[in-house]
Design a protein around this ligand. Sequence first.
Ligand code: HEM
Ligand SMILES: *[C@@H]1O[C@H](CO)[C@@H](O)[C@H](O)[C@H]1NC(C)=O
Length: 323
Amino acid sequence: MAVLPLFLCSSLVFLSSVVAQQGLQNGFYSSSCPKAEATVKSTVQAHFNRDPTLAAGLLRLHFHDCFVQGCDGSVLITGASAERNALPNLGLRGFEVIDDAKKQLEGLCPGVVSCADILALAARDSVDLSNGPSWTVPTGRRDGRISSSSEASNLPSPADSVAVQRQKFAAKGLDDKDLVTLVGAHTIGQTDCLFFRYRLYNFTATGNADPTINQALLSQLRALCPPNGDVSKRVALDKDSQANFDVSFFKNVRDGNGVLESDQRLWGDAATRTYVQNYAGSIRGLLGLRFDLNFAKSMIKMSSIEVKTGSQGEIRKICSQFN
Ligand code: HEM
Ligand SMILES: *[C@@H]1O[C@H](CO)[C@@H](O)[C@H](O)[C@H]1NC(C)=O
């Protein structure tokens, strides 16, 4: 961890040209709660120091928030019929980090900082802490008043074809480039065996494994996820580089080392393959900045999906409950 600050400086991406998105603005809290962003950052840092895998959890949490009801904190609400209880959301992690940041912010400036913004900021800080890029997050989101598990079908499934992935992202205003770039988030984090074991043994009832899996990876994954083993066993999404936000995920997809079927399929479609190839070929340094830069740009787009601003929604007092 001692070398971290060096990496952070070298990979910082400035996006001052991106100022306003969907009614959001850079530094929305600069006068109403000047310490808002620093408080989120120090909270994420403290939790990350104890458990670095929370960075991946927080990044995914923001994605799942944005795809259902927009980026409005709807994923944070607890309750039997809430979004958080939908099948694709059962493995989400990092809620305690958001609750912790909110608690501190309610002490500093009560009723001012939305849970939706805390999530967007925490996702940015998590990427930064994982040696990835940093960017300015436009803020001013308001928290939603609806959270329903039945709406989580908007979320992509790991068995989705590229056509379906494309359609689900397009429905949120995100194109092929955004899709490939944002799925690059799988450069950090893990998956349960549950989500890919079907590829290893009797894929599409052929009796064989998914033929697109690299043979060496296939042996490793079979050892980690035996036919009758524990489906909740965790496996890295980015072989050999799961804690580092880098381009190795794209090299893995190129080489048949994608763990999720949806990730590997990005190599089988001509349009998405071009982006994978481009990122896989880049070297950290001069060309490596391209994934960093595009990730920051696409995150700002994703973070702006169907946001509520102005007098819409509310500013929750507790992130897991409506006021
Ligand atoms: C086609 C689109 C996508 C599909 C099908 C997909 C699917 C999945 C699945 C099945 C997992 C494993 C969950 C678990 O077992 O806990 C996962 C993990 C993850 N996803 Fe995605 N994902 C997609 C796009 C994204 C995007 C756009 C982001 C963020 C920008 C993202 C960030 C993550 C992260 C960071 C993890 C690791 C979480 C952890 O370690 O706790 N994913 N994804
Ligand atoms: C694969 O699945 C199909 C359909 O369920 C089944 O008929 C077949 O026997 C299975 N093959 C193996 C090798 O398990």
